[in-house]
Design a protein around this ligand. Structure first.
Ligand SMILES: Nc1ncnc2c1ncn2[C@@H]1O[C@H](COP(=O)(O)OP(=O)(O)OP(=O)(O)O)[C@@H](O)[C@H]1O
Ligand SMILES: [Mg+2]
Length: 293
């Protein structure tokens, strides 16, 4: 596997076609709007299109991906950081061949990682021994350091909104912070729990209007997932709706979403990095052996 790197980030793993790994951070600002369901089902939908997918649980406070998939990881990112395990050793083979990276439950905040731990992670991603086309990252609610770091590392920041005033205002606050303080200009908006397609477009329009008036950002619309009792049922059964009820309204919508995300233009290799934990720590790169040309 070939790797590339630029200053300030981890080496990117090249996807099968020679482009960078597409890192998609699923974020929302407000909690409980459907991020984990979207991350899990999007990862599966992309796998259905033939992509090789990794799904990373970056909700460090409350790891949810393992609950949703009914898996009980013995090891997680924490063991990678401490050097007890390689990344390959903690990846769990999920449905449809999706590799699951369990959350680092032993760590409160990514920002608290030491230089030594940063270095361990650089090495871990460098050594990953599998083809990766897309890495889907399920982030925590709020605008914590970890959400910022994952969003900065992503090619696509997928902002999930639903029809609640706090969802729209929190999504706006997230976009504002990421754009003004971290230079992220491009966002993809996904409406969740909508009644119909028009409902989703209206939510997008509300957010796009206010963002367009006050921020220098570009918001794309990648569609909507309907409010679906089958999805709730699937959550209770700890089986993703795409697998348990593929013909349900949300199951079908996730398949459409997967194709749409797959169709988004891939950015050049230098833009896609797994450099979540390193951006602010040049010292850590020196520990890891420096940035290669
Ligand atoms: N499209 C949908 N239709 C019906 N219910 C939904 C839908 N999306 C999410 N839900 C409900 O919302 C709950 C929360 O979803 P999820 O855990 O994916 O949100 P989250 O944004 O990851 O939450 P947190 O911020 O706590 O991590 C689900 O358990 C489910 O009951
Ligand atoms: Mg969640």
């Amino acid at each position: 596997m070939s790797t590339t790197s630029v200053p300030g980030s981890l080496p990117a793993i090249d996807a099968a076609d020679g482009t960078a790994v597409r890192v998609i951070a699923v974020a929302s600002g407000k909690g409980g709007v459907g991020k984990t369901n979207i991350a899990v089902n999007l990862a599966l939908a992309l796998a259905q299109t033939g992509e090789s997918v990794l799904l990373m649980d970056a909700d460090l406070g409350m790891a949810n991906v393992d609950v949703m998939l009914n898996i009980r990881p013995q090891y997680d990112l924490y063991h990678v950081i401490t050097g007890e395990k390689t990344l390959d050793e903690v990846i769990i083979e999920g449905p449809l061949g999706v590799g699951i990276i369990p959350a680092a439950s032993g760590i409160g905040r990514m920002a608290d990682l030491s230089v030594h731990e940063h270095a361990g992670l650089i090495h871990a991603f460098d050594e990953i021994g599998r083809r990766v086309d897309t890495l889907v990252v399920d982030t925590a609610a709020g605008i914590s350091d970890s959400v910022v770091s994952f969003s900065r590392a992503a090619q696509e920041v997928l902002v999930v909104v639903c029809d609640e005033p706090a969802s729209i205002t929190d999504a706006y606050a997230l976009i504002k912070v990421l754009s003004l303080e971290h230079g992220i200009r491009r966002f993809q908006i996904l409406a969740n729990m909508v009644n119909d397609a028009e409902h989703g477009r209206r939510l997008y329009a509300r957010l796009a209007n206010v963002a367009g008036s006050f921020l220098d950002v570009s918001l794309g619309y990648v569609g909507a997932i309907p409010l679906d009792e089958r999805l709730k049922q699937a959550v209770r059964q700890q089986s993703p709706v795409l697998l348990s009820y593929p013909h349900s309204p949300s199951g079908v919508a996730f398949q459409v979403l997967g194709k749409r995300i797959k169709g988004l233009p891939r950015l050049p290799a230098a833009s896609g990095h797994l450099g979540f934990f390193i951006e602010r720590s040049s010292k850590a790169q020196q520990v890891a052996g420096g940035v290669r040309p």
